[in-house]
Ligand binder design. Structure first.
Ligand code: ADP
Ligand code: MG
Length: 807
C-alpha cells in the first residue's frame, strides 16, 4: 500500500489502525511507527484536504508519543482514533453539517474474521454463508463479495423520519405530497372490494398516539400480516385532516434494533428463503471486511474535478446512508463510474475502429449514376448528402461506423441500397440486419424492387434469411454466402448466428438501431474483416443525446422528406367525440383502406397492458366494428403470433389492427390511411410521431387522430404540438424539454449494457463522464498509465463480458 498523498488519508489510517489492532498494539503496522507515519504525511494531507484540518490534527495529536505508551494505553488511543475515523469520510459538506453518529449502532453484530477478505472472493468467505445461502444469493446475481457491495437497495426505510400516528393528520396539506414512515401494531386486517370489484386489504395500524388505516390493492398482503404484529410502513399519505390513510405503502416487520438506532436502512431485492435482515447482515459484513481492500478506480484529481466522493464512502452510503441526500450523492458517484466505463469503451472503440485496416471500396461512379437514373424518383438533397458521406467512408482504407438518422419516410432504405449495390459492384458482400422478420421481409422486397430496373447482368443476387427460412433454403443461402454467389443478404438475428459465414463481407447495415445495440454491432463486425458498419434509425434523437448514446459512431442526418409527400393530417379529438372518430375510421375502410388503433399506454406492466388491450380489442370488435375484421397485437404475444397478425394485416386480411405501443417501427403498410391513438396524452411526442409515421406511406391522404380525455392545458399543448408540426426532430426537442431524457427514451434502453445506478435521465452525469473519457483518452489513449490501470481493467471487463453475452 502506498502512503502517497493522493490516497484518502482516512481510509489509509483506518486500514493501518485495524492492522495495528490485529497485531496486538506493537507499533508494527507502519514501518517506522504510527507517529512517524502521520507526522510524515500530515503536511501533504493538510494541503490536499484543507477542510479536514481539525480531524487530521486530532488524529495526529492522539498518535503523538504512541511508541512510548503501554499496550493498554495504546489500545485506548487506537480506539479513540478509530472513533474519530468512524462513520466518516472525506466529504466536507456532509460533515460540516452533522455530528458524527456512531456507525456501530446500525451494525447487527460485530464481524470478526481471521483471514482478510478481498472484493473478488466468493461470498462463501463471509461468516454464515454456506452453499445454500450462496445459491440464494446467486439468484440475486451475487456470487462475489464485490457483487454484494454493489447490490443496489431497491429503496430505503427511513427510520429517522418516523412520525407518531396521531400527528399525521396535521402533516397533510391540500395539493402537497407528503411521504413519511410510521411504526405501529396491526390491530385489524380485512379484505374488501371496491364498487368496481377490485379486492384490497385494509389494515388498522396503531401506536400510542393514534390509529391510521392502511390499504393495499394486493390481496396477498393479508396473508403476510398478523394481528399484533409490529410493522413499519413508509409511503405517501392521502386524504386530509382526520381522514388520512396510506395507500399501497412499502412495509416491513419492524426490527427492534433498527427502531432504537433511528437509521435509514436499505431494502434489498429478495429471493426465496432470504430475508432483509440476513441480507443486511451480509452487506454490513461485506462493507466491513472488504472496503479497506477495495481500490478506488478514479484517481483523486479526477474525483475532485467532478465533485465525487471516494468509492468506499459511496458504497457505505449506498447501503447505510446517513441521510437520503448522502444516498443520492453515493448513487451519483456510482452512476458516474458506470457511465465513464461505458464512455471509455465507446470512445476507445471509435478511435481503435478508425485506426484499423478496412476494405477500401472503389466507387464506380458511372454505375451509381446508372442506378440512380433507374429509380422512379430523384434523391432528395439530404439523401444525396448522406449517401456521399457514406461513400466517402467506404472508399477509405479504414472501416466506417456511421449512424444514419432520418425521420420516418425520409428514404433511408434507398440510401443503404445504393451503398450495398456499390459494395456488390466492387466484388464484396453486404448484409442488412432488421429487428423483426416482417421488417426484414419488407427490406428484401424493397431492395429487389429498387434493383429491378438494373440491366440483368448487373443486378445483385439478394437473399432473405430469417428464423422461418425453411431448412433446405437455408442450406443453399449459407452456401451462397460462403461462396460469394449471394452478394446482398437481408435478415434478422438469424444473421448473427455462428454458422453464418461470408466470403467477403464489406458492409453491414443495421436498421432500427434502438432494437440492437453496440454489442450486436460487434458480432456482425466479427463476421467480416473489419466491414464498414452503417446503423439506421428513425428515432429522432437530439444531437446532444445521440452523441452520448451512440458515442462510437459518426452521424449523418436526412432532414428532408421526399417532395410531394402528403403530410399526415393530425387532429386532436376530445373523448366525447370518440364516436365521430370511429365513424371516420369506418369511412376510410369503406374506401378500401385500413386502420391502426393504438391502445392507451399502461405503465404498470406488460401483462396488465396486454389484458387492457385484449379488452379494448373485444369491445371494438363487438360494439363498434362488429362487421369488420380486427386483429390484435400486444407485447405478451409470442414473436410468431406477432408476425402472423402483422402479415395478415399487411396482406389485407384484416381491416383494423388494434395494438399496444409494440406496433412495428418502420413497418410499411401503404394501404393504411388512418391511425387512431387512444389516451394520446400518455405517450411521448416522439412516440406519437413514430405512430403517425405508420400511415401516409401510400398515395392516398392519411390521418392521425389523437384521442384524449385529458383536459389539462399542458396535455392539450403537447398534443397540439404534434398536430401542428411534422418535423420529428423538432418534436423530439420539445419532448426532451417537456419530459427529460429518461421518459423520452423509455426506461429500458436495449443494446446498452445494464446500468444499475445510472439513468439516461441523468444527462449532466452522462456528459461529465463523456468529457472525462475524452480527456483521459487524449492523455493516455490505451489507459496504460499505472493510475489508470483499475479503470482499464473495468473497461476490459465490461466490454469482454458484454460481447460474450450476445454470442
Ligand atoms: P424510411 O426512412 O422511413 O426507412 P423508406 O426508405 O422506407 O423510408 O422510404 C419511404 C418511401 O419513400 C419508400 O416508398 C421509398 O420508395 C420512397 N422514397 C424514398 N426516397 C424518395 C425520394 N427521393 N423521392 C420519392 N420517394 C422516395
Ligand atoms: Mg425504414
Amino acid at each position: 500500500m502506498t502512503t502517497s498523498t493522493s490516497q484518502d488519508p482516512f481510509q489509509l489510517l483506518r486500514r493501518i489502525l485495524e492492522l495495528e489492532k490485529r497485531k496486538g498494539f506493537q507499533d508494527t503496522a507502519a514501518a517506522g511507527g504510527l507517529e512517524r507515519l502521520v507526522a510524515r504525511n500530515l503536511p501533504g494531507w493538510l494541503a490536499e484536504f484543507p477542510s479536514q484540518k481539525v480531524r487530521l490534527q486530532q488524529l495526529a495529536a492522539l498518535l503523538r508519543g504512541y511508541a512510548d505508551r503501554s499496550p493498554a494505553a495504546r489500545a485506548e488511543l487506537i480506539e479513540k482514533a478509530l472513533a474519530v475515523l468512524d462513520g466518516e469520510a472525506i466529504l466536507p459538506s456532509e460533515q460540516a453539517r452533522r455530528p458524527a453518529r456512531p456507525r456501530a449502532a446500525a451494525r447487527t453484530a460485530p464481524v470478526r474474521i481471521d483471514r482478510a477478505v478481498t472484493p473478488d472472493d466468493p461470498v462463501t468467505v463471509l461468516p454464515g454463508v454456506g452453499s445454500q445461502r450462496a445459491r440464494q444469493l446467486e439468484a440475486l446475481g451475487v456470487t462475489t463479495v464485490r457483487d454484494l457491495l454493489y447490490l443496489v437497495p431497491r429503496r430505503y426505510l427511513d427510520y429517522t423520519q418516523v412520525v407518531p400516528i396521531g400527528r399525521l393528520g396535521r402533516l397533510v396539506r391540500p395539493g402537497e405530497e407528503v411521504t413519511c414512515s410510521v411504526i405501529g401494531e396491526v390491530v385489524q386486517i380485512e379484505t374488501r372490494e371496491t364498487s368496481g370489484g377490485r379486492r384490497y386489504v385494509s389494515v388498522q395500524l396503531r401506536d400510542e398516539t393514534g390509529t391510521i388505516p392502511v390499504i393495499w390493492f394486493n390481496p396477498y398482503i393479508a396473508r403476510q400480516l398478523e394481528v399484533g404484529q409490529r410493522i413499519a410502513v413508509s409511503g405517501r399519505l392521502e386524504g386530509n385532516g382526520p381522514y388520512v390513510r396510506f395507500r399501497n405503502p412499502e412495509w416491513e416487520p419492524a426490527e427492534a434494533e433498527l427502531l432504537q438506532t433511528g437509521r435509514i436502512v436499505p431494502v434489498y431485492p429478495l429471493t426465496q428463503g432470504l430475508y432483509q435482515r440476513q441480507l443486511r447482515q451480509l452487506t454490513r459484513a461485506a462493507l466491513d471486511l472488504a472496503l479497506p481492500r477495495l481500490e478506488d478506480p478514479l484517481p483523486p484529481a479526477l474525483r475532485e474535478r467532478n465533485q465525487l466522493p471516494p468509492l468506499a464512502w459511496a458504497l457505505e452510503q449506498l447501503h447505510y446512508p446517513e441521510t437520503l441526500a448522502a444516498a443520492e450523492r453515493a448513487r451519483r458517484r456510482l452512476a458516474f463510474d458506470e457511465f465513464l466505463v461505458l464512455q471509455l469503451g465507446l470512445v476507445q472503440r471509435r478511435l481503435a475502429w478508425h485506426a484499423q485496416a478496412g476494405i477500401a471500396i472503389p466507387i464506380d461512379r458511372d454505375f451509381l449514376e446508372t442506378f440512380l437514373a433507374s429509380l422512379p424518383f430523384q434523391l432528395t438533397g439530404a439523401q444525396r448528402r448522406a449517401l456521399e458521406e457514406i461513400l466517402a467512408d467506404l472508399a477509405e482504407p479504414h472501416p466506417m461506423s456511421r449512424l444514419l438518422q432520418g425521420d420516418v419516410g425520409s428514404g433511408k432504405t434507398v440510401v443503404a441500397a445504393a451503398a450495398a449495390l456499390l459494395v456488390h459492384r466492387a466484388g464484396y458482400q453486404a448484409a442488412i440486419l432488421a429487428p423483426t422478420e416482417i421488417l426484414a421481409e419488407q427490406h428484401y422486397r424493397t431492395l429487389t424492387r429498387l434493383y429491378a430496373a438494373l440491366p440483368g447482368g448487373e443486378r445483385p443476387f439478394v437473399a432473405l434469411l430469417t428464423g422461418s427460412t425453411p431448412e433446405r433454403d437455408r442450406g443453399s443461402i449459407l452456401a451462397g454466402l460462403v461462396s460469394g454467389a449471394i452478394s446482398i443478404v437481408v435478415g434478422t438475428h438469424a444473421l448473427l448466428e455462428e454458422r453464418v459465414r461470408f466470403r467477403r463481407l464489406a458492409l453491414a447495415v443495421i436498421d432500427e438501431q434502438h432494437r440492437f445495440g453496440v454489442l450486436q454491432r460487434h458480432t456482425l463486425r466479427s463476421k467480416g474483416e473489419n466491414p464498414h458498419v452503417l446503423v439506421m434509425t428513425a428515432t429522432p434523437i437530439p444531437r446532444s443525446l445521440a452523441l452520448v448514446l451512440h458515442g462510437d459512431l459518426d452521424l449523418s442526418i436526412i432532414d428532408e422528406l421526399p417532395p410531394g409527400r402528403q403530410p399526415v393530417k393530425t387532429y386532436v379529438v376530445p373523448g366525447r367525440k370518440r364516436t365521430q372518430a370511429y365513424e371516420f375510421v369506418r369511412r376510410e375502410i369503406e374506401k378500401g383502406h385500413q386502420a391502426f388503433i393504438i391502445c392507451p399506454l399502461v405503465e404498470e406492466s406488460e401483462a396488465i397492458e396486454a389484458r387492457a388491450a385484449t379488452a379494448e380489442y373485444e369491445r371494438l370488435q363487438r360494439e363498434v366494428f362488429p362487421d369488420l375484421r380486427l386483429g390484435l397485437l400486444h407485447g405478451r404475444m409470442s414473436p410468431r403470433e406477432k408476425e402472423d397478425v402483422m402479415t395478415r394485416f399487411r396482406d389485407g386480411e384484416l381491416h383494423i389492427l388494434v395494438s399496444t405501443a409494440v406496433v412495428e417501427v418502420g413497418i410499411d403498410i401503404p394501404n393504411a390511411t388512418v391511425i387512431l391513438i387512444e389516451g394520446a396524452e400518455r405517450f411521448g411526442l416522439a412516440q406519437l410521431h413514430q405512430f403517425r409515421g405508420r400511415v401516409g406511406r401510400g398515395s392516398a391522404p392519411s390521418y392521425c387522430l389523437l384521442v384524449s380525455d385529458a383536459s389539462t392545458e399542458t396535455a392539450r399543448q403537447r398534443l397540439e404540438a404534434v398536430a401542428s408540426t411534422t418535423d420529428g426532430f423538432r418534436l423530439a426537442e420539445i419532448d426532451l424539454e417537456l419530459r427529460g431524457p429518461g421518459e423520452f427514451l423509455g426506461t429500458r434502453q436495449s443494446g446498452l449494457p445494464n446500468l444499475r445506478f445510472a439513468s439516461l435521465a441523468d444527462l449532466s452525469t452522462l456528459q461529465a463522464a463523456r468529457r472525462t473519457a475524452e480527456d483521459l483518452l487524449r492523455q493516455d489513449p490505451s489507459l496504460s498509465a499505472p493510475e489508470h490501470a483499475p479503470l482499464a481493467e473495468l473497461v476490459r471487463a465490461l466490454w469482454t463480458r458484454s460481447v460474450a453475452d450476445v454470442s
